[in-house]
Design a protein around this ligand. Sequence first.
Ligand SMILES: [Zn+2]
Length: 234
Amino acid sequence: MLNRYNPEHIALVTIDMWDNHYCKTFAAWTNELAVRMNPFLDRVRQNGIQIIHMAADVSSAYRGTPQRDKMLLPDGVNPEDAIPDYAARPNPPGRWPVGGCVCYQSSNPEALTCPLVYNWSRLNPNLRIDDSDLIGDGEELAYYCDQRDIHWLYYVGIAGNVCVLDARPFSMEQMGYLGIKTYLIGDMTESFVTGVPREIGNIRTRLYIHRYVAPVTDSVEFIEGIEKFRANKK
Ligand SMILES: [Zn+2]
């Protein structure tokens, strides 16, 4: 049955849950998010939903693992086959919540602006990756949805206002453009929005996504919906 709570047609996607970030305050927020996310991901697995960790820049660290190998595009399938018109997608409209160093909000008033260095190399050590999970990159998510008849993707991870939203071939905006229905699980994302406190940055990102990109839900509503669907099916 095509239903946004049917585990056969949905997947839960974690986005770029890196082990580090050029902004040291945002790296600390990500560490916290990973801890908070683990019990939720366990509930997701218990309900038979596939979890895919999309891992831009760091997926090569998992080469040779079953979780990574199962997501690789098969020989003969090119990224352009998975997303034929990547460059053609329109940019999201409206007032974009811009990302950047958020250390000025830290308890250290002397904190300086963090330099932009690519200091991430793996997924966050606080995030538990199960044997049943998958680890993907690039256009592989589009290919996976096409092959597995996935119609709905639920997004968690970082940064809500960058990689979750738009910056990757697997971002919400891109997958929506391909015809997949996307949802943001708002309380399981973290954003870094310059010039405003942490909570306001998160709220602004959720409002932006809800208005311009896709509906925003939360982890409790999501699990309740899945469990209700499964109970009715029995
Ligand atoms: Zn910073």
